[in-house]
Write a protein that binds this ligand. Sequence first.
Ligand SMILES: *Cc1c(COP(=O)(O)O)cnc(C)c1O
Length: 503
Amino acid sequence: MSRFRREASDILAELEQLRAVDAPTHGGRVLSYVYDSGMPELDELAAQAARLVQPVNGLDPTTFTSVATMEAGLVGFARRVLGGDADVVGSVTSGGTESCLLAVKSARDAWRAARAGTPRVPRLVAPVTVHAAFHKAAEYFGLALDLVPVDPITGAVAASDIEERLGDDVALVVVSAPSYPFAGLDPVADVAAVTSPRGIALHVDACIGGFALAFWPDPLPAWDLRVPGVTSLSADLHKYGYAPKGVSVLLTRGRDRQRRQYFATTAWPGYPVVNPTLTGSKPAGPLAAAWAITEALGDDGFARLTSQVARATAALRELVDGIEGLHVVGSPTGPLFAVAVDDGVPADRRVDPHHWADVARVAGWHLQLQPALTQSDGTRLPHTTHLTVTPVTEAVLPDLSAALVAAADAVRGEPPVDGAALLTGLLATLPGGADALAGASVGLDSDTAAGLLGAFGLLGGSDAAGALPERQAPVLALVAALPAPFTERLLIELLARVVEPRD
Ligand SMILES: *Cc1c(COP(=O)(O)O)cnc(C)c1O
């Protein structure tokens, strides 16, 4: 007799039903979020490794010494392939965001320590294409975020534009290898050449690209810890390390610099606390999975998967660039790229990248829509569609290519959604019209925000997730048309309502 209230098989059957409605994590149909090696045996190994350490608490690697051994091994692997010498140390974190947060915290604390008692607010300088995790880090840790505009056509940043921003209040400069939005490989060595003489810390965010670029088949400009002025580097194992979610590494040059990442206290009546990362108790599963995967693949395995990715990326880029009305943004490096409208053809031959993605989605291919953005210098970055390529993409290239061409044919000539017009129309339907919106945007409460989402057709019924719209182009156009703080508040409400407790 089972001591469970429900049969395990019944519970798991329910979970399988829930999973069946998820976007597919395998098979290459989702070109963001998931990184499918195309090797089921690797997933199985990762699952078994995670299972073995399931009860372990990663909080204390002196009690659970398996954690120490695996972490030392994994950081050693990362340090070697990412160009670190014996002066480079590191930590395994729960993901890219945590690695980025910790890099900022350490740099802030080093900056403060060198200016004891300063009341000044430290500044974080980065190209506007830097990952949003650094916006979060600046907010969490009290730095002013100083975003440097990039070339609106190529998405590339000039090292000289970063140099102009440098001063004694800069605690950290962040560059990407490559950036998420446009896959631009920032000029790491040129930036290091201006930060290093000034003693300014330089972080390379290689969260997405690190473990792919490290094995990239084509020669690349120096971008990793081989560049002497790079003081820290983040790379996610749950991206091109093919591990399940929850694992990244943060490498730091210099033990003293890295120790600022830690938190320790004995000033409470409980156990002495020493945390290298943001968490206290933590799972060892993602660490064990990532460790097992790197042990199994070795450099040769990574190189093989990476050449698959590189071939598929080159083929897809060529295909998309060849589609009339679309073009690939800038000079992407690594396994991702963004696609914008080609303004060089007549309007009736243009393909709006968001309509394109919406049609591709109906055919079962999930591309990621990225909004337009006005930079601080007034120039506007176009709205784009993002594709992240994984080893499994190569196997589905013929189907994917056909779907992308067909989707472009289906929407060619269709103008982009006019966000401003859409907004005016929506406001007309709101009780109170535009005034209601203006009033609401000051300290929007949850119920008002939910009401607006309902009026916008983005929320309704008891199953909030089910009410999400089929087409995302209008949503992204609204995001671009509404004031950012207002949209941010609405998005918070949307995500919160999706997980509203159910009885
Ligand atoms: C994914 C990513 C991050 C954040 O990582 P998460 O694992 O999603 O927390 C940071 N920087 C870049 C460039 C990324 O692609």
